[in-house]
Ligand binder design. Structure first.
Ligand code: ZN
Length: 149
């Protein structure tokens, strides 16, 4: 394994052990539940939108290390961002995880989220990693529930 792989793995393990923003939100303006039946991951994403700004974002639920780390990385990255900035990051993550040609991660935009790039080698895990992001999009679009199947 390269040094970068080691670093990425360390980031994932850290976010799994100590997930950021892991809590329900009482005053959320948007929320949605996401299901990944393939792995059994369940995540609820909560957003407090103030105008165009994501003032707060959190999640709870249960799932594997990858889904939890991905949700934790997502909330840590998106808090305080505008909707436009958030959509840019969501697009980057989608291509990071699912583009057929391996993309060069935009580290400035992604930060630690780039650690998820190792997941693309494991097809089954990709849905675990994308679940929180699909759920976030569903919440913003006013859909209460989303499934990866
Ligand atoms: Zn999973």
């Amino acid at each position: 394994m390269s040094e970068l792989d080691d670093l990425y793995q360390e980031i994932i393990l850290d976010h799994n052990r100590r997930p950021r923003n892991f809590r329900a939100m009482e005053d959320s303006t948007h929320s949605a539940e996401g299901h990944n039946p393939l792995c059994g991951d369940e995540v609820t994403v909560f957003i407090h939108l103030n105008g165009e700004t994501i003032e707060d974002v959190s999640f709870n639920g249960q799932g594997c290390a990858i889904s939890k780390a991905s949700a934790s990385l997502m909330t840590a990255r998106l808090k305080g961002k505008t909707l436009t900035e958030a959509r840019g990051i969501v697009d980057q993550v989608r291509s990071l995880l699912t583009a057929t040609v391996e993309p060069e991660p935009n580290l400035e935009q992604l930060g630690d989220i780039a650690a998820l790039s190792g997941v693309r080698k494991f097809a089954v895990r990709v849905k675990c990693a994308t679940l929180p992001w699909h759920t976030l999009e569903a919440a913003l679009e006013g859909r209460a529930e989303v499934s990866t199947e």
